[in-house]
Design a protein. Sequence first.
Length: 292
Amino acid sequence: MADSQSNARLRADAGVPTSGVIHVRTRLTADFTVISNALAQRRGSAVTIGVAAYISSLPDGFPVTIAALCGHFSEGEILISRALRELEAAGYLERRRERTPTGQVRTRTYFYDVPGGHDPQGTPPEPPKPRRPRPAVREAPRRDAVLVPGPGEPTSAVPVLADAAPEAVAVLTALRRVDPRLVLSAREAARLAPAVTEWLAAGVGPREITELLTVRLPDRFRARPASVLAFRLRETPLPVPPPAPLTPDVARPVVLPFQTCDGCERAFRAQEPGHCRSCRGRLTEEHLRAAG
């Protein structure tokens, strides 16, 4: 007896969804970070979740200041500050002022995988061990320059500033004194320095450049502050250079002195005394008549 056959379509595997995302899992054995679903699926700002995931992936002792995070992310200082405040309000992040063995007071940042993540006994985690200082690279930047590589930015970004004009770098690093939002990383300052150098070469002083870059800035940045500064430097026309002064050896017309006419006593200009033009013409006519 022949086997029965059917033209009906085979039923799809019940384990494969018919819509939505399908995960292709890869078992990672290194360079990965574990975060809770409560954090990854948290409703609200995607910037907040991204900052949290990035901080979770960093080793202990890595800087997580606003300036350091702005050096890594493309978002500006306002969005980064808001994300840190949301994480702190939700209990994922905690800032404490602690006294070191030398008596100095420092602010330490603790990040929890679970909000308020103390252990069951309620004891706080041990402070992270201090990182070994890195050897100095050429000349250390000024404290107010904020020109250190951010997380994810290679340490070679600081030596790049050696090729930039010091005057231009000084103008850029002083902008944060006028507007605290204008914090630049080393790579950003090196990228903007040539444009500032052109302005200085055109005769525009540091004060005028600072005013150009800081006046009437928007209340909120939609991009990194460096992008706003680059736009202003690129779109503002350079001033027209002043005309060159005349050289002192340019020949000037000779002005003859005044003389008194011997015939009519009128004043006229001539190198030597004598008759004016009218008297010379009259005397010429009289000589011609006498000769004729």
